[in-house]
Design a protein around this ligand. Structure first.
Ligand SMILES: *[C@@H]1O[C@H](CO)[C@@H](O)[C@H](O)[C@H]1NC(C)=O
Ligand SMILES: *[C@@H]1O[C@H](CO)[C@@H](O)[C@H](O)[C@H]1NC(C)=O
Ligand SMILES: *[C@@H]1O[C@H](CO)[C@@H](O)[C@H](O)[C@H]1NC(C)=O
Ligand SMILES: *[C@@H]1O[C@H](CO)[C@@H](O)[C@H](O)[C@H]1NC(C)=O
Ligand SMILES: *[C@@H]1O[C@H](CO)[C@@H](O)[C@H](O)[C@H]1NC(C)=O
Ligand SMILES: *[C@@H]1O[C@H](CO)[C@@H](O)[C@H](O)[C@H]1NC(C)=O
Length: 671
């Protein structure tokens, strides 16, 4: 019994004396190889496992986890002792583990903060340090070194796998792709933060140098000679006297488990590097299971072959359906289609499903597997990541545009280098096929006039009837689609803006199609409602005459034919009906034909302000207003050589307000 008690006593002693390997008396330095006895305050979903592993987040979405040293440290005091200077040195070993092949996110930030209360902060891209209103405020007094695995365009992230120095906000003062300097090879080698492997990070600040060094490495090598980041920074402007040090971590729409295996911190000198071999192990992951040596080699071989085949198939499959999805897209959830579904719907974007190919990309027919809904999927190639957020915001915003003469946009999907737009399927295809190819039946005048009126009303809606002004910028017969009842519906609206974003504002980028481009547009590159009206004029002439705005000369013919010039010539000859489509064989309402041809000319005035507005166009087509007189010597079109004579053109005066050119205001405040 006595022996038992003695050994029990001994055990208790052993247990009690096993406390801090840390420096109990000196709060300015500590080293934790595992966190069993660590003086940490945790919040959010952070936990310390029984083996000493600190887990900041798990696979739950939109969570945060914090772990901060319990006591505040003295940073910026006037007393000149070493420990209360601004210098500090720390190193820690971390790991970020995603599930299977999921991308994972968002990251971990080593943080120096005046407060340990992070209850009002947001996760995901703010990493549990700020919220959208506090991000960037100098009153935060926060220094963070972020290990970020998601690229957020609005935070100017350079790529998805990066390390950054953040002062008071998540827009990094300096950042670099995750890499380490190999002393042996004398060069930088990339590291994947989300690989699941433990990695070592050193952070050293020297008050005299005013230089913050951040050094990353795999745990298999000692501290590299060269830091990844060496950022000049004056912490006296940032840090307060009493500060907390620790880690903040977050998941968002993407989630992964973020671990800290050990942490060493020192304000009295360089922090001792952690002893990697004594750190707690990470939880075993299925994919890393070691095969038992007892298994026969043949079985291993067979298994390996199977795994390779299955793995390759799995990777190929993943690759096949891979898409890009960023955190900011969360709010567009319902508008987002999965690539897999679109792929299935279009039978793998098979050639037989190809509906057409336009300036912006190929269009495929599809049937959504879930709802049997017929869709059209447009694949727009787009290399630049820049401006994608604004563009998608606009696309989604345009998804709210609803008009019987617009092709309804249902949603989108993003992949590397391309954007997929999902529209209502229009069974009769585009109008130009009916006008110019023999494979489609000829349209009679009643049908044509209804299509013109329909498209006018769709364009009027974009210009004046929606909450904001939307320019189409590419009105033409091939962008007008016909539904089952042969109603004209305008497609592709706003797509032109894709080419605005991400391009240098200095370089004007004229979008549109030759023959429909207003003369001022080719000069200034600035699209307005008036340039849309010009294109609509060309479109009206196109439908009435059955000819393209510019006809490339057939072999043997001397000149290219410009439709506006030809119609105005017929007008000057007082034989405007000569311009009507011969395929109509004279079967049309003369007043309507004359109206469409003359209105087409009015819209083609070289001077933008002389053109009618879409509202006026609509009134005229509906017979609610009378067309003013059109002088026989007016100047029309984009190819007029005599610009000054254009001023002689008759100002368009109707009862309603004179026409004004508006520029696109979508997503900007109102009209
Ligand atoms: C993550 O941790 C929280 C808190 O410990 C827990 O409620 C949740 O179930 C965990 N999620 C997963 C996916 O393990
Ligand atoms: C952001 O944090 C500040 C300060 O903690 C708080 O006052 C504010 O309500 C928070 N805002 C949001 C949107 O959470
Ligand atoms: C960088 O750091 C300074 C303080 O040293 C701060 O004023 C500045 O706003 C920071 N942010 C960026 C994005 O440069
Ligand atoms: C930071 O790195 C630079 C360049 O390697 C070095 O000269 C400087 O001494 C380092 N400072 C600290 C505090 O480690
Ligand atoms: C830090 O100390 C310097 C020098 O004493 C002082 O000028 C500065 O205002 C202090 N910064 C803060 C945030 O208190
Ligand atoms: C802190 O620095 C002092 C002086 O270099 C050194 O003696 C001590 O071991 C260091 N402590 C830690 C935890 O790195």
């Amino acid at each position: 019994m006595a022996t038992f008690l003695r050994s029990l006593h001994f055990l208790i002693l052993l247990y009690v004396s096993n406390i801090p390997l840390a420096f109990a008396q000196d709060e300015n330095q500590f080293i934790y190889n595992g966190f069993q006895q660590a003086k940490l305050q945790l919040d959010g979903i952070a936990v310390i496992h029984s083996n000493g592993l600190l887990q900041l987040t798990n696979l739950s979405y939109k969570q945060t986890g914090h772990a901060f040293y319990q006591f505040p440290l003295k940073f910026n005091t006037t007393s000149s002792t070493l420990t209360s200077s601004l210098s500090f040195s720390t190193n820690f070993v971390f790991a970020m583990v995603a599930e299977g092949n999921n991308p994972g996110g968002h990251g971990i930030a080593f943080t120096i903060s005046p407060s340990r209360d992070f209850s009002r902060t947001q996760g995901s891209r703010f990493l549990g340090l700020f919220n959208s209103s506090t991000n960037g405020l100098s009153t935060n007094h926060i220094l963070a070194i972020e290990l970020d695995t998601v690229q957020n365009a609005d935070l100017q992230d350079i790529e998805m796998n990066h390390v950054g120095v953040d002062v008071n906000g998540m827009i990094s003062n300096e950042s670099a792709a995750a890499m380490y300097f190999s002393n042996e090879e004398g060069k930088n080698i990339r590291l994947d933060l989300m690989s699941g492997n433990p990695m070592h990070l050193w952070i050293d600040y020297d008050e005299a140098e005013k230089l913050l060094n951040v050094t990353l490495a795999p745990t298999t090598i000692p501290k590299p000679d060269r830091p990844l980041l060496s950022t000049p920074i004056d912490l006296s402007e940032i840090l307060l006297e009493s500060m907390y040090v620790g880690f903040s971590s977050a998941t968002g729409a993407l989630a992964s488990s973020h671990y800290i295996l050990g942490w060493s911190f020192n304000k009295s000198g360089p922090s001792q590097s952690l002893d990697v071999s004594s750190l707690p192990p990470l939880p075993r992951q299925g994919k890393r299971a070691k095969p038992s040596p007892m298994i026969m080699t043949s079985v291993i071989a067979v298994a390996l072959v199977l795994i390779t085949v299955a793995g390759a198939a799995y990777i190929l499959r993943r690759k096949k359906y891979e898409e890009i999805r960023e955190d900011w897209e969360e709010e567009y959830g319902p508008h987002r289609f999965s690539y897999k579904n679109l792929h299935k719907a279009t039978k793998g974007f098979k050639d037989t499903e190809l509906l057409g190919e336009g300036g912006f990309g190929k269009v495929y027919r599809g049937i959504l597997p879930s709802s049997n809904l017929q869709i059209a999927v447009k694949r727009v190639s787009h290399d630049s990541k820049q401006g994608m957020k604004e563009f998608v915001a606009e696309i989604v915003s345009m998804g709210r545009l609803r008009h019987r003469n617009l092709v309804q946009l249902l949603g989108y999907c993003r992949r590397r280098g391309e954007l997929l737009l999902v529209y209502d399927y229009m069974p009769n295809g585009s109008l130009d096929k009916f006008l110019y190819s023999n494979e489609k039946p000829n349209l009679n005048w009643v049908q044509r006039f209804r299509i013109i009126k329909g498209v006018a009303s769709g364009l009027l809606y974009l210009h004046e009837e929606w909450e904001q002004v939307v320019l189409h910028r590419d009105v033409k017969a091939s962008n007008v689609l016909l539904d089952a009842e042969l109603n004209g519906r305008l497609g592709d609206f706003g797509l032109a803006r894709l080419y605005d974003h991400g391009t240098n504002p200095q370089t004007t980028h004229v979008v549109g199609t030759l023959g429909y481009l207003a003369p001022e547009l080719t000069r200034t590159g600035r699209a307005t409602t008036c340039s849309d009206v010009f294109a609509f004029g060309a479109f009206m002439l196109e439908v009435a005459c059955g000819r393209r705005p510019i006809e490339v000369p057939a072999l043997g013919l001397p000149e290219r034919m410009i439709l506006v010039d030809w119609v105005s010539e017929c007008w000057r000859r007082r034989a405007i009906l000569d311009a009507s489509d011969p395929r109509l064989e004279g079967n049309y309402v003369v007043e309507e034909m004359v109206l469409v041809l003359k209105l087409g000319l009015f819209c083609s005035f070289a001077i933008p302000a002389a053109r009618p507005s879409m509202k006026q166009v609509m009134q005229l087509l509906d017979g609610d207003a009378d067309l003013p007189e059109l002088p026989h010597d007016s100047v029309f079109g984009a190819f007029s050589s005599d610009e000054s004579s254009a001023f002689k053109s008759f100002p368009f005066t109707l009862s309603s307000a004179p026409s004004m050119c508006s520029t696109d205001s979508i997503l900007k405040s109102g009209r």
